[in-house]
Design a protein around this ligand. Structure first.
Ligand code: HEM
Ligand code: NAG
Length: 545
């Protein structure tokens, strides 16, 4: 009796499980199939080369193909990505402005947030919705012009250290020949020192010593990401793969543990310092606590006019440290490297810039004096536009939406459309490079590096909804790069010092290539195994008395 009741029960349980399982599978299949009915299917776009990968393989091989498609399909088109998923790609300014400003409809994709979260934690780069708003509100003042003015001397400290390091390398080679120096490597170390010092009052000492544990942790992590390609796409997509004992995963775990340990110690120390500062109200404030962004952040978090619900936890503040390193170090290093390559390839532009910066008597001018140098400003704007170190990013539609267009497009059936419709789950590409390079905004010489365009008419680009110089390099809207001023002034300070002291020219026989690992990095063609590098010939500037 008892036995058969039990069998009957377990039979019922089995049936129930089966129904649940089949239901789950059906639901998943339904969800999967829905993507094929996205309204984006009516747009023009390239035929995917494979069902599984869509057009991903072509893009991974050479991402400038997206620029070609943008032109071919009239500025707004659709791509098919992994397993038939649709992606909207557009350079239409009105559409882009709509997407960037409606962050509640277009957050970052879950899998991207997950990867970023695994690297940097739940900081401002990863947070969405109210958490993001709250974090940005506390953090924005720490990146204001006033705050950047305060840290500008730090940029010059590192700049002159880098100058001394290069000088000592040059002292070992004949004056006329100069030396071949990997400027990407040195900029990487310099910008790390800057973000450490100006970002959170930490000395990496990376210009002198490559064994700093925090430095190594980050380098390993980026290497692990860079080594993977298609594996990386898979790891992003299918989380369980991250639990496999792959070299990649081990590296990430270790690096994260190191960042956590050092970061927490920093937060603790700063907090203590800020508390002390608050208790000794009447003493000289800035004597006690540094002027770095982290101190300013902790001060803001503890200020009396912030309601408790708006404050940041220690974990969140820790996440901002990793976020600054991740978002602010290699981006700026890459930007500087590409700028220097363009200057090496265009000796006349380099000479004109040198003439300007050499007239300044001070070695470390203030932010305002730096900003008053017109040609330096043009070179930096042009380089950011032309090279665009972060070529793009991506968002996901969380609900159906109608996106307005400034210029109508023709769909697959030849019908004119003045808007685009997306459904939940469609992804939306933010192709910054494509907008920065489009002739319709920048004129026929859009693909030429030409700083002088900035003293002429760049009105065509006025419609681009970017936060900096009508370009998309730092994107725009509520999620634009919080560090753009920091980066622009840092770039100016380092260029200022480099160009005053050295002449840069290309190394004969070495062709520079690039690889997109979140940031576009330089390499030498045929020497890919040697890792990312930008060798340039460096000579001391000959001072004529
Ligand atoms: C040339 C240098 C830089 C470039 C090209 C760059 C570019 C970008 C881009 C494109 C985004 C948007 C990413 C997305 O939403 O998918 C972004 C976000 C961000 N950047 Fe930068 N960045 C640079 C330097 C910096 C620096 C120096 C810092 C910090 C000191 C920084 C901190 C951040 C942060 C915190 C975010 C997240 C903002 C948010 O989501 O609210 N960046 N950056
Ligand atoms: C932010 O402020 C709250 C409330 O004063 C405090 O508990 C928290 O530790 C602070 N976080 C940091 C990192 O200062």
């Amino acid at each position: 009796m008892q036995f058969s009741a039990l069998t009957w029960l377990s039979y019922e349980a089995f049936l129930l499980l089966l129904v649940l399982f089949a239901g789950g599978a059906l639901y998943r299949a339904y969800r999967l199939s829905r993507r094929f009915f996205s309204p984006l299917r009516h747009l023009q776009g390239p035929k995917p080369s494979s069902f599984l990968w869509g057009s991903i393989k072509e893009i991974v091989k050479d991402d400038s193909i997206v620029d070609d498609w943008v032109i071919q399909y009239g500025g707004t088109f659709r791509l098919q990505m992994l397993l038939g998923n649709y992606r909207l790609s557009t350079i239409d300014p009105r559409a882009m402005s709509h997407i960037l400003s409606h962050t509640e409809i277009y957050p970052k994709p879950e899998h991207l947030r997950h990867v970023l979260g695994a690297i940097v934690g739940q900081g401002v780069l990863v947070a969405e919705g109210d958490d993001h708003k709250r974090q940005r509100r506390i953090m924005n003042p720490s990146f204001s012009p006033g705050q950047i003015r305060e840290v500008t001397p730090v940029f010059f400290d590192t700049a002159s250290q880098l100058r001394d390091v290069l000088n000592s390398i040059l002292s070992k080679s004949p004056e006329a020949e100069g030396a071949e120096i990997n400027m990407y490597g040195w900029f990487g170390r310099g910008t790390l020192d800057v973000i450490g010092q100006a970002g959170f009052g930490y000395r990496f000492n990376a210009l002198y010593d490559e064994t700093n544990p925090l430095y190594c942790a980050f380098r390993d992590m980026m290497q692990a990401i860079g080594d993977s390609d298609l594996l990386g796409v898979l790891l992003n997509r299918f989380r369980f793969l991250r639990w496999l004992p792959l070299q990649h995963n081990r590296m990430m775990h270790q690096s994260k543990a190191t960042t956590y340990r050092i970061g927490m110690e920093l937060v603790r120390a700063k907090k203590e310092a800020v508390l002390q500062e608050m208790q000794s109200q009447h003493l000289e404030k800035s004597k006690i606590v540094g002027r770095d962004i982290l101190s300013s952040l902790i001060r803001a978090n503890m200020s009396a006019d912030l309601s408790p619900a708006h404050r940041m936890s220690d974990e969140e503040v820790l996440a901002q440290i990793s976020t600054f390193i991740f978002a602010g170090h290699e981006t700026t290093a890459a930007g500087l490297s590409w700028t220097l390559l363009s200057l090496a390839q265009n000796p006349a532009i380099q000479a004109k810039l040198r003439a300007e910066v050499s007239l300044v008597s001070e070695e470390s001018p203030s932010m305002d004096d730096l900003n008053a140098l017109p040609y330096l400003d043009m070179v930096v704007k042009e380089s950011m536009r032309y090279h665009c170190p972060v070529r793009g990013t991506v968002r996901i539609a969380t609900r159906p939406d109608t996106i307005p267009l400034s210029r109508p497009i023709v769909d697959r059936y030849g019908r004119m459309q003045d808007h685009v419709t997306v459904q939940a789950g469609d992804s939306v590409g933010i192709d910054s490079l494509a907008m920065n390079h489009a002739k319709e905004f920048w004129g026929d010489d859009a693909l030429v590096f030409r700083p002088e365009r900035w003293e002429e008419n760049v009105e065509g680009a006025n419609a681009i909804p970017g936060i900096y110089a009508h370009q998309m390099t730092f994107i725009g809207g509520p999620r634009a790069c919080i560090g753009y001023r920091f980066s622009v002034i840092e770039t100016k300070a380092l260029l200022f010092t480099m160009i005053r002291s050295f002449e840069f020219s290309p190394v004969e026989g070495k062709e520079i290539g690039m690889k997109d690992v979140i940031v576009m990095r330089p390499l030498v063609k045929g020497e890919e195994k040697a890792g990312f590098q930008l060798p340039l010939r460096v000579r001391r500037v000959q001072r004529t008395a």
